[in-house]
Design a protein around this ligand. Structure first.
Ligand SMILES: Nc1ncnc2c1ncn2[C@@H]1O[C@H](COP(=O)(O)OP(=O)(O)OP(=O)(O)O)[C@@H](O)[C@H]1O
Ligand SMILES: [Mg+2]
Length: 386
């Protein structure tokens, strides 16, 4: 059995008691690394230097006590198991501490309870952390859905005047007799025309991504979706890798455009994040599409990042599995990808060897024509074989 690792902040003025406590925890089976602090200043500095998995504090300390230490932890909004271990305590003090929210109060001559108490508090704190993270995620996806709705609305509103703008510029360029336009005038018109085409592309990209809640399956032009995704991801990609497209012909898949766009965006961003910045000429992200037999299409995203160890290749699809720092990754990307793809009757998986990059592949049913896509039977498969 692997020993549970604990980074412990010990607030204790006696080094003898430190030895006793550490002995007890290691005997119980924890793999503890700790530092001991004895004054308020040291304690506050150690709090800043965290994170800590748990804090164990004596009650009576020089210049402060266990309760004031605990209130500093609360003030900082930290949710760390906080146990007080004291030589002597009155019943009133113990009650006051528990009321303040201290997780447990133990006596130094009954340390046998320390291991089980810490185990319980670590478990409960992990449950609280997971719940918080899921709530945050729900809020986030809620917010993204409303943002998507807003963006789709704005894109729709822009579309009509934009179409008229493009037609008028086109008319001005082609229908106005040349001699009536100065050279600069024509240059300016051309410039305006190109800008308006660019705006149309941006509006189309926004529409691809922002159809929240829409689940309808239809024939999807894979290359159009992939091109939108690659434009969206460009800022994350260009300083890390060159981008290579290796597209097959006529890739029409059964799926939902907006949700497929999310899947491919996740995969491309993951590929970019796996590659360090700054050596973009030696790294590559390659997007490959091809037909697979008569009724399937396959999209592959290859990268030249560090690869993924074999034992993690299934785990990375679990919700909340991440190796990234908090704030960078929540570990939901691939879990969502797998759910979305299997809802479309497709499959997603990875092939990777450490040191040799990774290839994420997505298999989708091919749509021969617009009619086929609606008529095709829906199967729900999920798997990870290549
Ligand atoms: N192309 C890749 N190369 C190497 N490792 C990868 C690659 N793609 C994913 N991984 C590994 O899989 C883990 C899970 O990926 P996933 O997309 O689910 O979450 P995340 O990227 O960590 O966070 P999120 O997508 O929620 O922002 C990553 O943390 C990383 O360790
Ligand atoms: Mg990701």
């Amino acid at each position: 059995m692997t020993r549970q690792r604990v980074r412990l902040l010990l607030v204790e003025d006696s080094s003898d008691d430190e030895v006793l406590l550490m002995h007890e925890l290691r005997d119980f089976g924890f793999d503890v690394s700790h530092i001991r602090v004895a004054t308020r200043e040291e304690f506050l500095r150690a709090l800043e230097a965290g994170p800590w998995d748990a804090i164990i504090s004596d009650y009576m300390l020089p210049g402060f006590n266990g309760l004031t230490a605990f209130s500093s932890v609360k003030q900082r909004g930290l949710d760390v198991p906080f146990l007080i271990v004291s030589g002597v305590i009155g019943e009133e003090t113990a009650v006051e501490a528990m009321k303040a929210g201290v997780h447990d109060f133990l006596l130094k001559d009954k340390l046998g309870r320390l291991g089980p108490a810490l185990t319980r508090e670590l478990r409960e704190s992990a449950v609280r952390a997971e719940r918080r993270s899921m709530q945050e995620q729900l809020l986030l996806s809620d917010r993204l859905a409303s943002l998507g709705m807003l963006a789709a609305g704005v894109a729709h509103e822009i579309n009509n005047p934009l179409t008229s703008l493009i037609m008028n510029l086109d008319h001005a360029l082609n229908a106005v007799p040349e001699q009536q336009l100065s050279l600069e005038g024509e240059q300016a018109l051309r410039n305006a025309f190109e800008c308006s085409l660019h705006i149309r592309q941006i509006v189309r990209d926004i529409k691809v991504f922002s159809r929240p809640g829409e689940q309808r399956l239809g024939p999807v032009e894979l290359h159009e979706v992939l091109d939108s995704v690659l434009r969206m991801a460009w800022h994350q990609v260009f300083h890390r890798a060159r981008l290579v497209k290796e597209y097959g012909q006529n890739m029409l898949a059964v799926g939902n455009e907006a949700r497929l766009a999310q899947v491919f965006l996740n995969l491309v961003i993951n590929a970019a994040q796996a590659i360090p910045e700054g050596r973009s000429s030696t790294h590559e992200i390659r997007v490959v599409t091809r037909l697979e037999g008569a009724d399937a299409v396959r999209v592959e995203i290859h990268d030249t990042g560090p690869g993924i160890p074999l034992e993690l290749q299934e785990r990375i699809f679990e919700p909340f599995f991440t190796t990234k720092d908090s704030g960078v990754g929540t570990g939901l990307g691939l879990a969502i990808c797998r759910r979305v793809v299997s809802e479309m009757g497709g499959r997603i998986g990875v092939k990777s060897q450490p040191g040799q990059g990774s290839t994420f592949w997505v298999h989708l049913r091919a749509a021969q024509s617009a009619l086929d896509a609606d008529a095709a039977p829906r199967t729900s498969l999920s798997g990870s074989e290549a």
